[in-house]
Structure formats: C-alpha cells, structure tokens
Write a protein that binds this ligand. Sequence first.
Ligand SMILES: *Cc1c(COP(=O)(O)O)cnc(C)c1O
Length: 365
Amino acid sequence: MEKIMCNRMDRGFNRYQEEFEQKALQVLRSGWYVLGKEVQSFEEEFASYTGASYCVGLASGLDALWIAFRVLGIGMGDEVIVPSNTYIASVMGITINGATPVFVEPDEYFNIDASKIEEKITDKTKAILVVHLYGQASNMAPIKSICEKYHLCLVEDCAQSHGAHFDGQMTGTFGDIGCFSFYPSKNMGAFGDGGAIVTNNAEIAEDVRVFRNYGSEKRYYNKVVGTNSRLDELQAGLLRVRLAHMKEITDEKISIAERYTKNINNPILQLPSIRNGADSVWHQYVIRCTERDRLQNYLEKRQIGTIIHYPIPPHLSEAYAYLGFRKGDFPIAEKYANEVISIPTYNGITEEEQNYIIQTLNKFH
Ligand SMILES: *Cc1c(COP(=O)(O)O)cnc(C)c1O
C-alpha cells in the first residue's frame, strides 16, 4: 500500500472530475471572470444552504473575518473574546482592525468554554468570535444568551464547519455574521482561495458587498475606503459544483469518523466526543495522546501521515509576542497543543486505508 498522506485533495476532485472540468471550461469560455453570474448564483445557493438570508463571496476566510469586524465597526480600543486554542487566522481577523483579542479556554470538545466567557467581559468588550473547531458546532445556546445580556456582537468562524448544526440550526446563522473559508483543504474546498460571509442583516450584507469592491457600488464612485476581496467566477462556479454534493461529502466524513470512534480502542488514545445538541462535520478527526510526538513518529514510520492542529496556541505565537502572554497563561490550550494529532479523514479514503490506520493505532503502546 502506498503511503497514506494526511490529506488527498485529488480524491475529492476525481469523484466529480467531469462536472468540475465542464464547469471550468464553461467559465473560461464565457469571457466573464470576476463578479458575474457564477458568483451571484453561488451566493444565492450558499445562503440557502446555510439558511441565512444573504451571502457575499470574498477572496478568503481571513478576509471574511476581518471584513466582518470592520463593517461591525470593531477596531482600536475594542476587545473581542476568542477561544485560546484556535487557528491563528481567527485572531488575525480581530487584530488586523486594531482590536484586542481576549482569550477564553476551550472545553473538552475543543470549542470555547461558554462558562468561562462572562468573567472576561469588560466595558471594552464588543464581540464574541466563536470558532467551530475541527467541524463541531460550539455551545451556541449559552453563548447567544451572553451576547444578548451584554449587547455583544456575535461572529462565527465557520472555516471548518460547513454544514454543522447546533440544535438543528446551521453554524454561521446564529449571530451577526458567519465567516467561511473555501481554502482547498476545507470540507467545502475551492481550487484556490475563496471565502464568504453569511448574514440575516440586509445592511451588513450590503456593506460587505460594497467593501469587497473598493467601497464602490457604482463603478468609479467610492462610498468608503474598501478593499479588493472578490471571489472570482471560476472559483464560484467550481464551488457550486462542490455545494451540490455537500450532503454526500459531509455524510462520508461522518461515516469515516464513526468507523474510527467505533474501532479505535487503544486506552492510551483519547478519542474526540460530541456535545449533546451539536453535530460535527469532522473537518479533522483529532485524537489526544500524552505521548503525541512519539505517536506521530510511530505512524510516520508506518506510512501514515498526520498533522498537528495546532502546535502553538496564538498567545504563544511570535506574531502575538506584543500581547505579552507567557507559557502557562492558558494551560488547557497549551495542553491541547502538546497532545492533539489529526489522523487522515479525507473524502475518498478507502476502507483498506481506514482499517490500516485503525489497526496501527490500536497496536501503539
Ligand atoms: C482556514 C481557516 C481560516 C482562514 O481561512 P483562509 O481561507 O485560509 O484565509 C480561518 N479560521 C479557521 C478556523 C480556519 O481553519
């Protein structure tokens, strides 16, 4: 058997190859490449998929985050609550605007611990950024109540949670703005960079629509200083193909995860669990092990590729040295950074590959 890589995006392409190739040719031959019919159709279809009223396509997930805070008017002097174990892009979405991230430790499901949010709220707090990490929905009921009680904006980082629900409602639709990434390795991947926001607020949707195109509604008339963050026609067209198959893409991820949960039975390994009322679309299947580095070497030697999501929590990143945090400040995030390991869960992984991964993990001691 050839080496099992941690991700195989070619498998996801091959399954719908003909549809992707046809769509690519259609867009190339159309003579229209930016902000056209494909983007408009994609925005309508993705809004409808999430249950939100509006979607605006953007150039990346990071753009979705920082533009979200920009249009909400959150910047210098403001504080935004964010989980301490997230991918660093979540934090950059806050700090690009000059706002200050206030970290809250995660719970056992790797998502922000709702019971630890209130103690971090000050008179500068303007928003909570929840991150549905690894594909599992965060604990939205208490988080929504906190936002209402303290009049905070709620932004969701859904870069890993396309199609995941909490109490039957899709992530991205709980607060003011839901931010999505379509980076190729995400559950709903483009063939290059892409992103979007969804919202139920017409004014926010319009502000983002204007902001992404140099702040211009009408060509050469600029209302605000905006940016260039347009989703292109080719990516939008290819994303429409992916979106049409999201149910089977997600169902496959869930069945891979179920097989792992049912069959990995090594007591040294702590398997991921799902909160009551939440579901996961298993962007990553993340195991914890106190001897994580030895486990990763062991798997590598046996031709199984893995990744660590993420080895350095944002507060200890060199980029955020200016915030002045030290080792020990967020012990749960630091513990997770030392113990987590993601095993292959890509679409198109074969049963043989999954069985080999299960057997190899069960033999680790
Ligand atoms: C991927 C990701 C982002 C950033 O998305 P890009 O499209 O790469 O800019 C933000 N937040 C999380 C949690 C992510 O996984």
